[in-house]
Design a binder for this molecule. Structure first.
Ligand code: AMP
Length: 406
């Protein structure tokens, strides 16, 4: 992308502007801000920039009369915000690739931006419809995908459209490039020891992640609700803790795989257990892994924190996905907070640290440590799938040198 001479050229840019909007106001513009590096570079190069994005799932939440709920899903407030942030001229078209878009594209001058309406207003988008992708592709001479958060979707604007551009006319944007390169640092030849910290509610959501990372890492530190399924699989008392009884065999097979691969899979040695799922519940620190029958484990305990901190401090690469406990409740947040701080300290000592999506990102932000880790992924589901070893359609479509469709 950096080597192209884009002056006067029409560039189709797919971004992830799927930001939370309440009563027509953007409540968190992180995703917009993350796209700015690419947008600034395109403005400076004198390109005529045509931006596409989705927002929510408008066809799944239609108005009662079957029409699209534009007040909830229109990208117009985002065009306004872009106009405030950028010095460039920003216009908005009320369709995506229709009459209004065509007229406004005609009017673009070098360095101007057109944001087209939500790609998901069209049923063809999620179907990856070839004809619609072709008509979108015809709007520009170049295609750039910076929407890492949607890279795991095989949709028209994220994947199919790339089939109409050859390798000299399609590229990752700056954000997407950084996401892919940072994931590769972990997945290919990570500096060792390499530690994966996996938490969150359910083991069933992270099976592929744990399994794939086992092929690479030296240590896996398990926390969160998923730990109790591993305990139940070993006949340890879990009380009323979150536990997936239908996943016990699977948990056993992961423990077995770790042994065979010589990966050290660590489980909590103590927990903070409460008599209800509430911040003001009565709680105690368990003396060992067992939980009292009337209690549920809601956080890792102090001895586990100490052990995990030591392993983190000795690591050279770390990937973290999922909180260590119910960190949204103050009384059960110390595990997640301590691990976040330990990850930040390891970073300061030269460890490469990737925060791979979801609630661990929320935790890092909550404890104001965003600037103290190496990389925070913007794509929850997309990063999870990448770390699971899956090929993401949005990435493959850019890298693919298959013959273009005319
Ligand atoms: P996930 O989206 O799978 O990463 O799960 C994140 C959620 O797991 C957060 O909302 C946490 O509150 C929740 N969680 C973490 N630990 C526990 C636990 N021990 N019991 C119940 N929920 C938990």
């Amino acid at each position: 992308m950096k080597q192209w001479d884009l002056k006067g050229k029409k560039v189709l840019l797919r971004v992830d502007f799927n930001v939370p909007i309440k009563d027509g106001k953007i409540t968190d513009d992180t995703r917009i801000v993350k796209s700015l590096d690419t947008i600034h570079q395109l403005i400076q190069s004198g390109a005529r920039i045509i931006i596409m994005s989705h927002l929510g799932r408008p066809l799944k939440e239609l108005n009662e009369d079957g029409t699209i709920n534009k007040s909830k899903f229109s990208l117009e407030p985002i065009a306004q915000r872009l106009g405030e942030i950028l010095t460039a001229k920003v216009s908005f078209s009320t369709d995506c690739g229709g009459e209004d878009s065509l007229q406004k594209i005609q009017a673009l001058q070098d360095g101007d931006i057109l944001l087209m309406e939500n790609t998901r207003f069209y049923k063809q988008e999620e179907k990856g419809d070839l004809e619609w992708a072709k008509s979108l592709a015809s709007l520009g001479e170049y295609y750039i995908n910076d929407a890492f958060g949607a890279a795991h979707r095989e949709h028209c604007s994220t994947a199919t459209i790339a089939r109409f551009f050859d390798n000299d006319h399609k590229s990752f944007g700056i954000l997407m490039d950084a996401e892919v390169k940072n994931a590769e640092k972990i997945l290919k030849n990570p500096a060792r020891p390499f530690t994966a910290i996996i938490g969150g509610a359910k083991v069933s959501d992270k099976i592929d992640l744990i399994s794939n990372l086992m092929d690479q890492c030296d240590h896996i530190l398990i926390g969160g609700g998923m730990a109790y399924t591993f305990f139940a699989a070993q006949n340890i008392q879990v009380g009323k803790s979150l536990c997936e009884l239908d996943k016990l065999e699977l948990a056993k097979s992961l423990l077995e795989k770790a042994k065979n691969k010589n990966v050290q899979l660590h489980l909590p040695v103590d927990s903070i257990a409460a008599n209800a799922f509430a911040n003001d519940a009565k709680y105690y620190i368990t003396p060992d892994a067992n939980i009292h029958p009337d209690y549920m484990g809601l956080d890792i305990g102090p001895e586990t924190i100490a052990r995990y901190k030591k392993i983190i401090a000795e690591s050279k690469s770390i990937v973290w996905n999922g909180p260590m406990g119910v960190f949204e409740m103050e009384n059960f947040s110390s595990g997640t907070k301590s691990i976040a701080q330990a990850v930040a300290e390891a970073t300061a000592h030269g460890c490469f640290t990737l925060i791979g999506g979801g609630d661990s990102v929320a935790a890092i932000n909550k404890y104001n440590l965003a600037d103290s880790v190496s990389f925070i992924s913007t794509g929850g589901g997309a990063m999870l799938e990448l770390l699971e070893g899956k090929v993401l359609p949005g990435i493959a479509a850019i890298l693919s040198d298959s013959p273009i469709i005319k």
